[in-house]
Design a protein around this ligand. Structure first.
Ligand code: ZN
Length: 408
């Protein structure tokens, strides 16, 4: 257990926050710090074909140790952390034999990780938890995944009696800003399919995610002295307000779950002269996803009739539901399920309310379901991971490699 804790801590204490405002890959130079360390470790543990390209995408191979033909399986994680919360000076706390009560993250600031708010904590009574000190995120998303893949590869190298085909490992930058898969060379990777180790709690197995688009709405107003404004002023703020209030009130993230889609306005800036709304559109169903985009277009065209086309709308598709790419090769889900059963983990299969590297990769020709990495409360100070969940993820990876060698 201590090895996995040490490895994990050595990764999370390196700041790798990504930055959506940068066009570079990786989006922040500091991601190289961890990337280079990972390359060294892969080489040191004896992986083959270890490579890192100019965009910091890392790939490595564990060669097959059987004579017969076996499909090539890949495992993928991202080493950046979310821009939503600081990843600088992560100072983890290791809590052994968790007593099921409140965990004080930061005494002075009164920051408490409590099962009263985060009831998932209760299931980890008696386990070893790694938490933050209340001032940063933890980075279990997705350095838990990297830790697990590394540990599993090392285990397979040290246990040649476990038979497996060729195994590919891929670590990417910038997943948190939606670009983890953009420059991933699927052909070079050379796997028949892969799994992202990027899910949350133990047991998660996901092969459905949102269809996703972003929308930017710009309103051009006309500022005139308010005392002389009648018939002249066009107030961009008020138009922006009407656009937002025309959206279906209950179809928002805080009122939807499971396969229910939503509109999510996440930024509004404005003056009389100029206002800007940014939102995202999400739905598991492709048909409903298209209908949501039409709803926004209709709202804008209708309002545009009354304000002399002051409103401009730009919608961009971001990613699609991987289900349509995974269903034709459903055995890849079944192998993961079987691996979990074999190591005593109950599979929790549910649609992702988000996207993963895997959804984009699936559409690039690499079907790629998502498996738990074990962490909870991603992207904030309450993030934590039970070490036992990471250990189970390692076992799942090893078992998938083993099962694949005897399924062909
Ligand atoms: Zn992640």
């Amino acid at each position: 257990m201590q090895d996995i804790i040490n490895r994990f801590i050595s990764y999370i204490t390196i700041d790798t926050q990504s930055d959506p405002s940068s066009d570079a890959t990786p989006s922040t130079a500091k991601q190289w710090d961890l990337a280079k360390k990972l390359v060294n470790e892969l080489e040191e543990m004896g992986m083959s074909e270890v490579s890192i390209d100019e965009n910091a995408y890392i790939m490595a191979t564990l060669p097959s140790n059987v004579d017969h033909e076996v499909p090539t399986v890949g495992f993928i994680s991202h080493f950046d952390t979310s821009p939503d919360f600081s990843g600088t000076n992560v100072n983890p706390q290791v809590i052994k034999n968790y007593d099921g009560k409140d965990i004080v993250l930061h005494a002075e600031k009164g920051i408490i990780l409590s099962p009263d708010y985060f009831d998932d904590l209760r299931q980890y009574k008696g386990k070893t938890l790694i938490t933050t000190d209340g001032t940063t995120l933890l980075g279990a998303d997705d350095k838990a995944g990297i830790t697990e893949i590394m540990t599993a590869m090392e285990y397979l190298i040290n246990h040649p009696e476990i038979k497996h085909g060729a195994i590919k490992v891929g670590f990417t930058p910038d997943e948190e800003i939606g670009r983890g898969a953009h420059k991933f060379d699927v052909k070079k990777f050379g796997a028949d399919w892969a799994y992202t180790m990027d899910g949350s709690q133990i047991g998660e197995l996901e092969y459905e995610n949102f269809n996703a688009a972003s929308a930017k709405i710009t309103v051009e107003g006309r500022s005139v002295h308010p005392g002389y404004a009648k018939g002249k002023m066009v107030n961009a703020i008020l138009i922006a307000n009407r656009i937002i209030s025309s959206l279906p009130e209950n179809e928002v993230p805080q009122k939807t779950e499971n396969r229910e889609g939503f509109f999510h306005v996440h930024s509004l800036t404005g003056s009389i002269e100029h206002a800007e709304i940014k939102m995202i559109i999400r739905d598991h169903s492709r048909a409903l996803f298209e209908a949501r985009k039409k709803t926004i277009r209709d709202i804008v065209s209708k309002l545009n009739l009354n304000c002399n086309h002051a409103i401009d709308l730009e919608i961009k598709d971001q990613y699609y539901n991987m289900r349509e790419k995974v269903e034709p090769v459903f055995h890849i889900v079944e192998i993961a399920k079987e691996a979990m059963d074999a190591v005593g983990v109950t599979p929790i299969i549910k649609p992702i309310r988000g996207g993963t590297d895997g959804s984009q990769l699936s559409f690039m020709g690499l079907p790629c379901p998502n498996i738990f990495a074990g962490g909870h409360n991603f992207h904030g100070k309450y993030e934590y991971v039970p070490v036992e969940s990471m250990e189970k993820a390692v076992e799942v990876i090893v078992k998938i490699c083993e099962l694949t060698a005897f399924k062909s």
